[in-house]
Design a protein around this ligand. Structure first.
Ligand SMILES: Cc1cc2nc3c(=O)[nH]c(=O)nc-3n(C[C@H](O)[C@H](O)[C@H](O)COP(=O)(O)OP(=O)(O)OC[C@H]3O[C@@H](n4cnc5c(N)ncnc54)[C@H](O)[C@@H]3O)c2cc1C
Length: 396
């Protein structure tokens, strides 16, 4: 992708730039970019032991976990390039501890386990995944704003302490410090994991399935039929395929992000909700929740409001150009928890969907759960929490 031109911070921002406008691709090496388009349009093995449908972070980590578990031949198919969906547009923050303020306990447990798993993968894979250890500082919206529900790992900061850590804030604020969280370029992680996968076919869309006697027999794709032993659907939102008897309520929530030019300030990590500084000094800001906006285009007014918020909190950002701006959609179920389950009524098909705002974080632990379930017949500890049928009373 061509490097985005630097746009004036408050100038005319037009044009359609969805996830393709994200900063992440430009940070990759040529080999990593090539890995995102592996096996374009052709299916190397139409009879894999495991077929994973969907090449976002969930699909790639699941395919890697299945291969690691020795489940036989593994094939991953993806409609576009790997990371085309929400994965390629995410902020890439791996911050389970701050989620204690907002997420239910089983989800935080999954998130914590997943950060551990991210760290293991970082150590184990040759060259790692590009994980960066980073501290998180949350600025209280008002004094005492965090006091009610402190996670055990939090250090509460008085305004003077925040001022020492983040000297450029517009006004003194209390804050909460949580050390040793992490972040990752999500596309780099996908590319490096995919490079180690035995079978990848990009540019291949699943369109239909045939089912017989409680088993999924065939997956029809844009490049021909596949007859897998086992299928895992990791399609962001639940798969909608001809012949697949599945109806799980879900929607998606758009979010915008921007990256500035290199800033003349140094942030000590993630300063929420202000910005995260990237390696080259650029500031990553945003992560809006644009509920009801189904337009895939970047909305200039939303980008402007993110930039205005950044300047209001951090006056030194005034006048910085916007180097990248993009948006993407978070897949979501009504209770904001993911589905990690066997496809109801099918013996040899699983799915994971609706990872909403923590899918990058959740991916390695989710993949481990699925690989363990498939290999050892062992479902997750709290299967009801992630079940695909928990919504049945909603859909009646
Ligand atoms: C603005 C924003 C910021 C975010 N920040 C963070 C963050 O900091 N940390 C975090 O943990 N999460 C974050 N998220 C959430 C995260 O991006 C998602 O939860 C995660 O990417 C979901 O991954 P996935 O693999 O399930 O879905 P996706 O990335 O959408 O991947 C699904 C893939 O399946 C493919 N597919 C679909 N149907 C088919 C088919 N029929 N055949 C073949 N392929 C198919 C799609 O093309 C797609 O590539 C953010 C999201 C947004 C929008």
């Amino acid at each position: 992708m061509a490097v985005n031109s630097v746009l004036p911070a408050h100038g005319d921002i037009t044009g359609i730039m969805t996830v393709d406008g994200a900063v992440w691709r430009d940070q990759l090496t040529a080999a990593e970019r090539a890995a995102l388009g592996r096996g374009h349009g052709s299916i190397p093995d139409p009879r894999p032991d495991i077929l994973v449908v969907g090449g976002g972070i969930m699909g790639v980590t699941t395919a890697a976990a299945c291969a690691e578990a020795g489940l036989g031949s593994v094939l991953l198919i993806e409609t576009g390039r790997l990371g085309t969906g929400a994965t390629g547009g995410a902020s890439g923050l791996l911050i389970p501890e701050p989620h204690r303020w907002s997420d239910p306990e089983p989800l935080v447990d999954l998130e914590q386990a997943s950060l551990e798993r991210w760290r293991e993968l970082e150590q184990r894979l040759p060259g790692g995944l590009g994980l960066v250890d980073i501290d998180w500082i949350g600025l209280a919206p008002h004094p005492g704003g965090f006091a009610a529900h402190q996670p055990p790992a939090v250090e509460w900061l008085a305004p003077a302490q925040v001022e020492r850590l983040v000297p450029n804030l517009a006004r003194p604020m209390e804050g909460a410090l949580i050390r040793h969280q992490a972040r990752v370029n999500p596309l780099r992680a996908v590319a490096r994991l995919a490079a180690g996968l035995p079978g990848v076919a990009t540019g291949v869309a699943a369109t239909a399935v045939t089912v017989r006697g409680g088993r999924l027999m065939t997956v029809t794709t844009s490049a021909g039929d596949i007859t897998p032993g086992i299928v895992v659907f990791a399609t962001g939102q639940p798969p909608v395929l001809d012949g697949l008897p599945l109806s799980i309520p879900s929607d998606r929530v758009k979010g915008h992000l921007l990256v500035t030019e290199a800033a003349p300030v140094r942030l000590p990590g993630i300063v929420a909700p202000v910005a995260t500084q990237l390696e080259d000094g650029r500031l990553l800001a945003g992560g809006t929740f644009d509920v009801g906006d189904e337009d895939p285009a970047v909305q200039p007014d939303v980008i402007k409001s993110i930039m205005d918020g950044l300047v209001a909190a951090l006056p030194a950002a005034k006048g910085l150009g916007i180097a990248y701006q993009w948006c993407c959609f978070r897949p979501r179920h009504p209770d904001r928890r993911p589905v990690i389950d066997r496809v109801p009524g099918l013996d040899n098909a699983w799915l994971t969907s609706g990872h909403f705002r923590t899918g990058i974080l959740n991916a390695p632990a989710t993949a481990s759960v699925l690989a363990r379930w498939i290999s050892a017949g062992q479902p997750p500890a709290e299967p009801g929490t992630w079940s695909a049928t928990r919504f049945s009373r909603l859909v009646g």
